[in-house]
Write a protein of this length. Structure first.
Length: 279
């Protein structure tokens, strides 16, 4: 069947398609094509080009029921790994991590990571602010349901937009990254005290208003520390949630005395990150 379109309508359709194509092209400059596998997809995002420090992101989409991992995966799992060494005019890249969620790892333990979708913000330092920046990433991560499947992906994106269409998404992702805090800060969600109980245990006292569920995660000074996820216990002072974890999973020869730990405290839509030295 042949459909005849009046000339005026045809011109209108052509103009609409031209605008749509232009919008797609503009957006394509701010996000690389999705790299898809069976259960996930990944791409790079570029924020507005301004100054020596640029904001970008790694966007990951996951099929229902599938998960990927935080920088510290918990009782089991594989943390993502990123290689940006093939980039052009890039001095350094820092990956920022939104607060993770806890989920059953299927083997009686608890893993930490993300479901559905996540954007990991990137702080990118250009070598020369007057030259083009192209970010190239080799990305290795795992997606898990009943089984875990490793994924290798490559993505490339030039930072060219004066005002990126991805600025809103990147701002939302930054807001999900835990804010720096100090023990004893007068926030409604805070760590009040960190202390040792004997040689093997650490107690962390937390105050949280509103009765929301609170989670606490701990990391050692280097990635080869595999400290357990702190557990909420009974016996804390009134108005305090007390968490405890064992000084287990230290690398050979490491001492916990004076060790620099990173504690991530999550409650509702708030999250804070504390750097503490063990007594």
């Amino acid at each position: 069947m042949t459909v005849i379109v009046p000339m005026r309508a045809a011109l209108g359709i052509a103009a609409t398609l031209a605008v749509a194509c232009t919008a797609i092209e503009v957006r394509a400059e701010d996000a690389s094509p999705w790299q898809r596998d069976t259960h996930s997809a990944i791409r790079l995002l570029a924020g507005s080009r301004s100054g020596a420090v640029l904001l970008g992101g790694i966007a990951i989409q996951l099929q229902p029921g599938w998960k990927t991992y935080w920088r510290t995966p918990g009782d089991s799992g594989v943390p993502p790994r990123f290689d940006f060494s093939k980039s052009d005019n890039v001095e350094a890249v820092t990956v920022l991590w939104p607060a993770p969620m806890k989920f059953d790892d299927g083997a009686g333990g608890v893993s930490l990571g993300y479901k559905q979708q996540v954007v990991l913000p990137l702080r990118i330092v250009a070598k020369n602010t007057d030259k083009p920046v192209t970010l190239r990433a080799d990305i290795n991560y795992a997606v898990c349901d009943k089984l875990c499947i490793p994924v290798d992906a490559k993505a490339e994106l030039a930072f060219a937009s004066v005002a990126s269409t991805e600025d809103g998404n990147l701002s939302d992702a930054l807001n999900a990254v835990p804010k720096p805090a100090n023990v004893g800060d007068p926030n409604s969600l805070t760590i009040r005290d960190v202390k040792r109980e004997g040689k093997a245990n650490v107690l962390v006292d937390v105050t949280a208003s509103g009765g929301k569920e609170v989670s606490l995660f701990v990391e050692g000074p280097t990635p080869d520390w595999a400290l357990p996820i702190p557990k909420l216990i009974e016996g804390g002072p009134p108005g305090v949630k007390r968490f405890a974890f064992e000084l287990d999973g230290l690398p050979p020869g490491a001492s916990a005395d004076g060790a620099a730990l990173k504690l991530t405290l999550v409650g509702g839509d708030r999250a804070y990150e504390f750097n503490v030295n063990l007594p």
